[in-house]
Design a protein around this ligand. Structure first.
Ligand code: B12
Length: 214
């Protein structure tokens, strides 16, 4: 039963069918399917396949954008059901999140933000294309515990190294923990640049943030 809904979700994204995507997202909620499972097993394989086809030149950018819109419409619905209302998490761990400068990908970051909030972590989302000085100034302004960066391109991944260096230069490195994520980012990269943590997905982001802020 779930398997076929997962498959339908993947196909709706791959075909760029926004309305179908929304319908399936709503249906999965009505059926009581765990929203994160629905994203990971249903919608994500669809966008991953779209990415593969794009990479092979079998899908063009306008089509990929339609797939992304269908994916985003579904995750927008499902993210809201992941848990807590934003704003209920004062006094606990504070995390600032953003996609690094030059990077407009934000679907994964949105899922991470929602799951952190669902786990009682306060999230300040700076959006996309965030330069390193903005990460630093907003982290100070909001007195956050953790700075989390999302990078989906091999070129923009280097911004995370720039951020580490920037924080060191400004004498701020010890004030905040850092966590990096996004498809091309790895544990090895995190170690190389001196980030405090790496997480492969939203669930791991939650546990790593609890770990580094203990
Ligand atoms: C959707 C998509 C787009 C959409 C983005 C829409 C949006 N609002 O986000 C659009 C169409 C706009 C787009 C544009 C481009 N894209 Co694009 N895109 C993708 C695609 C297919 C899926 C990304 C996605 O949403 N995945 C689903 C989510 C759920 O997964 P995720 O992002 O990985 O997030 C999870 C984890 O990584 C982690 N995570 C994410 N962020 C964070 C942050 C923290 C702190 C932590 C702890 C964890 C974490 O948790 C998330 C949940 O589990 C990928 C392919 C892929 N497989 O990644 C290509 C891909 C990333 N894009 C690519 C390219 C080349 C581009 C363009 C340059 C294309 C072009 N010629 O213009 C532009 C660049 C735009 C820019 N400046 O950023 C390449 C990158 C190649 C490379 N090695 O650098 C990829 C890999 C496709 C490919 N195979 O060629 N893209």
């Amino acid at each position: 039963m779930n398997d076929s809904l997962f498959e339908k979700a993947a196909n709706a994204v791959l075909e760029g069918e926004m309305n179908k995507s929304k319908e399936i997202a709503q249906k999965s909620i009505d059926q009581g399917i765990d929203p994160l499972k629905m994203i990971e097993k249903g919608f994500s394989p669809g966008i991953a396949e779209a990415g593969r086809l794009f990479d092979r030149g079998e899908l063009f950018l306008p089509q990929l954008m339609t797939c992304a819109d269908a994916m985003k419409a579904a995750t927008n619905i499902l993210n809201q059901t992941l848990g807590n209302e934003p704003g209920n998490n004062e006094g606990v761990i504070k995390v600032i999140l953003g996609s690094v400068e030059g990077d407009l990908h934000d679907i994964g970051k949105g899922i991470v933000a929602s799951l952190l909030e669902a786990n009682g972590i306060e999230v300040i989302d700076l959006g996309t294309d965030v330069p390193v000085d903005k990460f630093a100034s907003k982290a100070q302004e909001f007195e956050v515990d953790v700075i989390g960066t999302s990078s989906l391109l091999t070129t923009t991944m280097k911004e995370t190294e720039k951020l580490e260096n920037y924080l060191k230069e400004k004498g701020l490195r010890n004030k905040f923990k850092t966590i990096v994520g996004g498809a091309p980012v790895t544990e090895r990269w995190a170690k190389k640049i001196g980030a405090d943590a790496y997480a492969e997905n939203a669930n791991e982001a939650v546990s790593k943030i609890f770990e580094i802020t203990q």
